[in-house]
Design a protein around this ligand. Structure first.
Ligand SMILES: *Cc1c(COP(=O)(O)O)cnc(C)c1O
Length: 446
């Protein structure tokens, strides 16, 4: 195995030593059916045309590639943002979901289930389910339901059933376990719509191919708008779907560095981190062999990150392979870096980013110039918008924003000039809420 094989699946479903299918026998048939359905769909021009039309007319693609001039200046780099935050539902997740929902339809499965961390994948799945008239159940850790209440409501509005998962750390890992359990039971009429480039074969491949649209677009956009190719492509890595989609078209362009940024929580080695590739070991988790955060006894360790979307102790197998082959570089940004990236993106660019890509921005601010060289040209995937994270950011960062008080996040109530009493103040908060669409007004943390 050499670095030049990095884009190749060496054996079916394997990326080097990583990948495969580690599932109960009861799922083997469903995975075989999915392999066939995907091969069929890929060979069917009608499928491609349907997907393209949906991406364009429904999803809002292509998303722009935007030269972030003020952020560039502060970083000492030339930073281009691939604006997945502007796609329908506010992140890259819909790219994958629309494709898999079409597959579910082709397989004659009337029901989809999904796991979700920050809720973005749940929202995207509920959206596609509404679009195609599929029944939809979404599993979400109870802790994440609390952190991402707005997305719970969005899923419900879209007609999905949201099941809070109370087991384990009550986060993404536990939601995946629960979704797997449902799938084993209901496999005949149900497609498990996995939300990242992980899980048993063929999911990592299908998700990569569906997310590849990100780099197909930005390769052309960069050539037209900036000229040539960038020095580096940077994306945050949770399970790794926006990153693998951002890397896919560049893997065979050796002069372009591929940099994945994981969430280091309170720091690599702190015991409170989600930096899987930096800290993990080879192991099997959720149906495939990859790199996993484990303790000394080989037990899966709870991941920690300020961002629910990166709070996962595993990583997709192709990233494990890109890391081990050296084609990709995987580094980490802390909660603090992410909050700095969040704040700077707001203030310098007028873009409220999701906390996940804020990790990549935070890394760029802190290490970009030293790692990449002054003036390096960088494409950073802005994987989603930050409406969902506003409440969490205000709580965690404790910034003394007037708006935070209006939202009730410090437990106090700010009475706007000319109004008296808490009722009026609450109404004002609701107005701000409806306007900004942040949905955080109703329930501030106690
Ligand atoms: C879900 C999510 C992520 C993390 O998932 P990947 O599969 O690693 O892309 C990153 N950014 C945003 C905005 C998300 O919603």
């Amino acid at each position: 195995m050499t670095a030049t094989d990095a884009s190749t699946e060496l054996r079916e479903g394997y990326f080097g030593a990583f990948g495969g299918q580690f599932v109960p026998e009861s799922l083997s048939d469903a995975l075989a059916q999915l392999v066939d359905a995907w091969a069929d769909a890929e060979a069917d021009a009608a499928f491609g045309a349907q997907l393209d039309a949906l991406r364009r007319d429904y999803g809002g693609r292509p998303t722009p590639l935007y030269h972030a001039a003020r952020l560039s200046e502060v970083c000492g780099l030339e930073v281009w943002l691939k604006r997945e935050d502007l796609a329908h539902t506010g992140s890259h997740k819909l790219n994958n979901v629309v494709g898999q929902a079409l597959l579910a339809q082709r397989m004659g499965k009337p029901r989809v289930i999904a796991e979700t961390g920050a809720g973005q994948h749940g929202v995207a799945t509920a959206t596609a389910a509404a679009l195609f008239g599929l029944r939809c159940t979404v599993y979400m850790g109870a802790e994440d339901c609390r952190r991402q209440r707005l997305n719970v409501v969005r899923m419900q509005l879209l007609g999905a059933e949201v099941v809070p998962v109370e087991s384990g750390t009550r986060t993404l890992k536990d939601a995946i376990n629960e979704a797997m359990r449902d799938w084993v039971t209901n496999v005949d009429d149900t497609h498990y719509l996995i939300g990242s480039a992980m899980g048993p074969h063929p999911f990592p491949t299908i998700v990569r191919e569906l997310q590849k649209v990100i780099s197909v677009e930005d390769k052309e956009q960069f050539a037209t708008q900036a000229g040539g190719v960038p020095d580096a492509v940077i994306a945050c890595v949770g399970g790794g779907s926006n990153a693998i989609g951002s890397f896919a078209e560049w893997i065979d362009v050796p002069e372009v560095r591929l940099i994945g940024i994981e969430a280091a929580g309170e720091g690599v080695g702190s015991g409170r981190s989600a930096a899987t590739i930096s800290e993990g070991r080879e192991a099997v988790l959720h149906g495939s062999r990859s790199i996993v955060l484990v303790d000394d006894d080989g037990q899966v360790r709870p991941a920690h990150s300020v961002s629910a979307g990166l709070d996962y102790p595993g990583v997709g197998p192709e990233h494990a392979w890109l890391a081990s082959s050296g084609r990709g570089t995987y580094l980490a940004a802390t909660d603090e870096d992410a909050l700095e990236g969040f704040r700077r993106t707001c203030e310098l660019e007028g873009i409220i980013p999701a906390l996940e890509p804020a990790h990549a921005v935070g890394w760029l601010l802190r290490h970009g110039r030293a790692e990449l060289g002054e003036g390096a040209r960088v494409v950073l995937t802005m994987s989603g918008r930050g409406d969902k994270d506003v409440d969490e950011v205000v709580e965690v960062a404790g910034w003394d924003l007037g708006v935070a008080r209006a939202f009730g996040n410090d437990g106090g109530v700010r009475v706007p000039a000319g109004q008296a009493g808490t009722e009026a103040a609450t109404e004002t908060a609701t107005e701000v809420d409806a306007d900004g669409g942040t949905g955080v007004g109703a329930e501030g943390p106690a």
